[in-house]
Design a protein around this ligand. Structure first.
Ligand code: SF4
Ligand code: SF4
Ligand code: FES
Length: 538
């Protein structure tokens, strides 16, 4: 008989008049957060040690002779905390006044403006006027290497960056040099952060504008950005991220916490590899090849009706190549369309590279498969082909004389006569390369950034993403295109939403039938009973 799970011991704590029960051992700062009170803090970060050095989180605790830093120590039963008492506010105002003595207050040109914890705390509870009349310390700017620029005068010396490199990246490349008001963060060697693929995380955790991204420098103001939860598409780890956009352009990727996948972090390879989402050379309308070989734009209804007719007449079985950047829903729908026309083999090609583990959180690694859904492709019965450069391996498809489907693979390396032998060549994708020009039907599909859907990561975790930018022209999600097509050639109903499309995946791969869309939430759920797949190619 299974042991009963022990109920966690709880303690009662009162924060600014609100009494709540929290698990024994809860950090005081976290207990305050659970009570809805955001205690100012700089040096504390939930992914690292807590040195209690910035003194920004001082609060008053009844029966304690002194103010207490909320970031260290845990709550005790019956503890009564005042975060807004006169003593606490006065102490924090004094701390902020010290931070402002040397701060340049260059918010109008600072990339952090609008998401800066110095701005936030000073405007909430800082002094109305500074009393210092001394000249400010001027240290200037330093290139730390990689994507990171350091504006020393803005630094509040919280040492989050130093501790990240020491404890999480475990590649000690930053330190504090000098002491007192001359203290400054610096690199040990000339190469600085160059070569460490986790370094950009220090830009995220720097609470002020001292560490900024070269890639994002002066590109957009924080308040102009729209933020949508998503999944990094650039390797099979599937880090949880936010797509941050302005005017339908992806401006940057930021990590989104998920303790089961990426904690608070992401790698620079994934973070900086987003320009392809902004490509403008997109297919914007369905194209049907006429008798003269010319592609003619057509409405979706006419295109899919003609294609359904052609598929009903087609013989010779189907072959397909899918891109591992496509969603589970599109891959599953393609599998069902292929079954409806007699079945056949499917393949996918995936670029591979070296695996790089994050030592302080080894569950996270830049994975060998440099695409989000290589695991999904295998689950839906597509076999890996081609080389580690993601090229080649399409010879048997090129020779196929039946129905040929391409989903998302740009076919950049395929010969210009690719697909010429096929009796029916259907291209569902984003870009019309030379090989795709032979298709009888060209169907414009969205990228993951323009649609709702799921990827399956290397842990077999199925994770949702949401539309962040508008799709160009008449492009539609592949699950919708192929779902409507399937309805035209079979008894299946057409999916109206990504959730509908997800609900049909169990018909192709039963494990998906055991997961409910509603259970995926924002951090995903692991597919039950799928363990046999291995990432290959080493
Ligand atoms: S550079 Fe940023 S993260 Fe590093 S110590 Fe200064 S304020 Fe903190
Ligand atoms: S580890 Fe993979 S999923 Fe995570 S940020 Fe890097 S490329 Fe993206
Ligand atoms: S956050 Fe508590 S002392 Fe810095």
């Amino acid at each position: 008989m299974a042991e009963p799970t022990p109920t966690p011991e709880t303690v009662s704590v009162t924060v600014d008049g609100m009494t709540l029960d929290v698990p024994k051992g809860t950090r005081l700062l976290d207990a305050c957060a659970q009570a809805g009170v955001d205690v100012p803090h700089y040096c504390y970060h939930p992914g690292m040690s807590a040195p209690a050095q910035c003194r920004m989180c001082l609060v008053e605790v009844e029966k304690s002779p002194k103010l207490v830093p909320a970031c260290v120590g845990s709550v005790t039963d019956g503890m009564v905390v005042h975060t807004q008492s006169e003593n606490a506010l006065k102490a924090r105002e004094g701390v902020l006044e010290f931070y402002l003595v040397n701060h340049p207050l260059d918010c109008p040109v600072c990339d952090q403006s609008g998401e800066c914890k110095l701005q936030d705390y000073v405007s909430a509870e800082g002094p109305a006027m500074g009393r210092s009349r001394e000249p400010k310390r001027v240290l200037g700017r330093d290139d730390f290497g990689g994507d990171v620029l350091f504006y020393a005068d803005r630094c509040v010396m919280c040492t989050r960056c130093v501790r990240f490199m020491r404890e999480v990246a475990q590649d000690e490349r930053l330190t504090v040099v000098q002491r007192g008001h001359r203290a400054v963060i610096d690199t040990f060697y000339d190469e600085g952060l160059t070569g460490n693929i986790w370094a950009d995380n220090i830009v995220d955790i720097c609470p002020v504008g001292a560490l900024v991204s070269k890639d994002f420098l002066h590109k957009a103001r924080a308040w102009d950005l729209d933020r949508v939860p998503s999944v990094c598409p650039n390797c099979s780890m599937g880090c949880n991220i936010r797509l941050e956009t302005r005017d339908d352009q992806v401006m940057r990727l930021k990590p989104r916490p998920n303790p089961e996948v990426n904690a608070h972090w992401m790698c620079d390879f994934g973070r900086l590899n987003y320009n392809w989402m902004n490509r403008v050379d997109r297919i914007e309308a369905p194209l049907v090849r006429d008798a003269s070989g010319r592609h003619v734009p057509m409405s979706w209804a006419d295109t899919l009706t003609r294609l359904a007719d052609a598929l009903r007449r087609a013989a010779g079985g189907a072959r397909a190549v899918v891109s591992p950047f496509e969603a589970n829903e599109g891959m599953g729908a393609l599998r069902r369309v292929m079954e409806a026309v007699g079945g056949g083999e499917g393949v996918f090609r995936c670029e591979q590279g070296e695996e790089v583990v994050l030592p302080g959180f080894p569950e996270l690694a830049l994975r060998r498969d440099r695409a989000a859904n290589a695991v999904g492709a295998e689950l839906f019965g597509f076999a890996r082909t081609g080389g580690a450069d993601g090229k080649g391996g399409l010879e048997s498809l090129a020779a196929h004389t039946g129905v040929l489907f391409v989903l998302g693979d740009e076919l950049g390396d395929a010969p210009a006569d690719f697909g010429a032998n096929a009796s029916l060549f259907v291209y569902v994708g984003q870009h019309l390369g030379p090989a795709a020009r032979n298709a009888h039907f060209v169907l414009p599909a969205t990228t993951f950034a323009e649609m709702e859907g799921t990827f399956t990561n290397i842990q077999r975790r199925v994770q949702r993403f949401w539309p962040a930018v508008r799709s160009p022209g008449m492009a539609r999600p592949a699950w919708q295109i192929l779902g409507v097509l399937l309805a035209g050639i079979s008894e299946a109903g057409a999916p109206g939403t990504a959730a509908d499309a997800f609900a049909t995946l169990g018909a192709v791969r039963p494990e998906f039938g055991q997961l409910a869309w509603a259970d995926l939430g924002a951090s995903g759920a692991v597919l039950p009973g799928v363990r046999e797949l291995q990432e290959t190619g080493d």
